[in-house]
Design a protein around this ligand. Structure first.
Ligand code: MN
Length: 243
């Protein structure tokens, strides 16, 4: 299994499940919500080659963590993986939207300066704004849109701009999302859980529980000559080779 967007550090029993994740998953990207959390989590999760900790600043808490902005930008030199970062255009965060844009622009600019990074992006109610910024910094690396909830035309634009997509079980609950996922080329898709924020049938989802995604992809990728599990493994290898 692969989980390309997990908040493993935020499970109540994260240290207990850490070795299980390392054993059950071939690869897990642990996204963090602030640069200080990234520093702490990187230390605690060190020693597992197949668990990578990404440097993040979650847009939902950007006001509270804005003091960590300099730390965030200066730390980009020290990691290949950025996330969770992005924009949230929901009404609750209208007040911070311009701050969100300014910080994400700085992140992309620094990623570009450092030669490119793999960036796990939040884009709820803000896909067009996120894409506009990606367009401004074409050498920032590979943007991976996590839990995409935009429109069909936004999806088309994102694909044409070289974005990748991480897809979790929670996305499959919506038939609209299911339809959109079918229009994404198979070679730019990775599984994710977004646990423990996302749930599976009302229960906590763990980083190895991406079977529903793999089963769904197997159904819609019938024309591929390899199974979805093998396909996403290849995708991961090709993504990691880019940075
Ligand atoms: Mn998340």
């Amino acid at each position: 299994m692969i989980d390309f967007h997990s908040h493993l550090d935020l499970y109540p029993n994260s240290l207990e499940i850490l070795p299980i994740v390392a054993q059950k998953n071939s690869f897990t990207l642990v996204v963090t919500t602030s640069p200080r959390a990234w520093r702490a989590t990187s230390k605690v999760f060190a020693g597992y080659d197949n668990i990578k900790v990404a440097l993040g600043l979650h847009p939902e808490i950007i006001e509270k963590k804005a003091t960590e902005r300099d730390l965030l930008i200066s730390s980009i030199a020290d990691t290949k993986f950025i996330g969770e970062v992005g924009l949230d255009g929901s009404e609750t965060f209208t007040k911070t939207f311009s701050l969100q844009i300014s910080i994400l622009a700085d992140i992309f600019s620094e990623c570009q300066k450092q030669g490119g990074r793999i960036i796990s992006l939040h884009s709820r109610n803000a896909v067009s704004s996120v894409l506009n910024l990606i367009e401004k910094y074409p050498n920032a690396g590979v943007p991976v849109l996590h839990w995409f909830t935009g429109s069909a035309s936004e999806l088309k634009r994102a694909i044409s701009m070289g974005c990748w997509f991480s897809i979790g079980p929670a996305m499959l609950k919506s038939s609209r999302s299911q339809e959109l996922i079918q229009t994404i080329p198979p070679d730019i898709v990775l599984p994710e859980t977004d646990g423990p924020f996302a749930t599976l049938n009302g229960e906590m989802i763990y980083p190895w529980q991406t079977d529903t995604v793999i089963n769904f992809l197997d159904k819609i990728w019938k024309s591929q000559n390899i199974g979805a599990c093998e396909c996403v493994k290849r995708n991961l290898d090709s993504l990691l080779a880019k940075i």
